[in-house]
Ligand binder design. Structure first.
Ligand SMILES: *Cc1c(COP(=O)(O)O)cnc(C)c1O
Length: 344
């Protein structure tokens, strides 16, 4: 519960320790990769990469099968970047063959960006096959792994991803306040002088942080301390493999308990990720999401509204200190709720 300020030596050491630990979690070496911490929520991290890496003479291909892919298009639009879209239905994964085709049709493309775990639906996109195609074509690969990094093991170095971003409050289970970007040294060096924004300049942020761990502008010190603790807790749990197993087990249990009530997931089993699940409402339901939300909240849990555009759905997330017991309690609460709604 001690306070630190951005200038404090001990605090700067904590920042450096976090950066080193994130390299380890990404399975990359200090020789090839570096980590930049960036103030703000996850979107600030995504915006930092896109507006720092994609220069005036560059063209970005954005792959989208959900709201977070569309947010990248929104960022590109605001920053007036040259960009193209490859859109896929929200319940389908992008195809590496199609990406290869687009790269050959559009030689002007220099960068490709995609989401790993599309939190919109819960689908887990195949970043390995797409990155393979992108790196074979010698383009820069950018991955939004916001809701997967730490919960799904990602061999960042082996895949050759140039920039991968996540934030403090997702699978590392910290509290909100900053994002982190794992960058290949040579790809980051290519960003020098390109940024469209001062505060989100990825290269300048790195340059200051690299000296001795001091953040360029005031940092969310309390959030950073909490994140250092969250990284220790991840180790205590058994690292990414153990956390990933817990998320997968919870997710499978959740889906099977929901199926017993006749409630189906929106994403096919083959593509369903372990992070969050979108469910269709029971047939002929009369209640609103708000009624269901409040009933559950009164009993100690919170769920999400649906976010897909083509179906009426709700979502249940797995990230955080959630165990088998919670899944069973939550599904029992839902069962009571549906029984009560049917009786009314
Ligand atoms: C959470 C999330 C983000 C960032 O959202 P913020 O609200 O800015 O933290 C971006 N992409 C994905 C896939 C996410 O799950």
């Amino acid at each position: 519960m001690a306070d630190h300020c951005t200038w404090d030596d001990d605090y700067k050491q904590i920042t450096q320790k976090i950066r080193a630990k994130l390299l380890e979690l990404a399975h990359v070496s200090e020789k090839d990769y570096t980590v930049v911490l960036m103030q703000g929520s996850g979107s600030f991290g995504v915006e930092s990469i896109l507006t720092s890496a994609v220069g005036e003479d560059d063209t970005l291909l954005i792959i989208a099968n959900g709201a977070y892919g569309e947010r990248m298009a929104d960022i590109a639009e605001h920053a007036k970047l040259n960009y193209l879209m490859y859109r896929v239905k929200y319940d389908r994964i992008p195809s590496a063959d199609e990406v290869a085709h687009l790269l050959s049709q559009h030689p002007e493309i220099t960068h490709v960006a995609m989401v790993h775990s599309e939190t919109t639906s819960g689908i887990l996109n195949d970043i390995a096959s797409v990155t393979n195609v992108v790196k074979s074509a010698e383009k820069t690969m950018i991955v939004d792994a916001m809701s997967s990094f730490g919960g799904v093991d990602i061999p960042v170095g082996e895949l050759g991803i140039d920039f991968i971003v996540s934030s403090a409050n997702k699978c590392i289970q910290g509290v909100p306040g900053f994002s982190f970007i794992i960058c290949r040294h040579d790809s980051l060096a290519a960003c020098e002088g390109k940024a469209r924004s001062l505060s989100l300049d990825l290269y300048d942020q790195w340059k200051t942080m690299e000296k001795d761990g001091k953040w360029r502008f005031t940092s969310p010190t309390h959030t950073v301390l909490a994140f250092a603790k969250a990284l220790e807790e991840l180790d205590e749990e058994g690292g990414i493999p153990a956390r990933s197993k817990r998320y997968y087990d919870n997710n499978r249990l959740l889906i099977s308990e929901m199926k017993k009530m006749g409630i189906r997931p929106y994403i096919d089993n083959e593509y369903q990720g372990p992070i969050i699940t979108t469910f269709f409402y029971p047939e002929h339901h009369q209640f609103s999401f708000q009624e269901m939300y409040e009933y559950i909240k009164d009993r100690g849990y919170a769920i999400y509204p649906g976010k897909v555009t083509d179906a009426d759905t709700f979502r249940i997330g797995n990230i955080g200190e959630i165990y088998e017991e919670d899944i069973l309690k939550l599904t029992a609460i839902l069962k009571d709720f549906f029984a009560q709604m049917n009786a009314d």
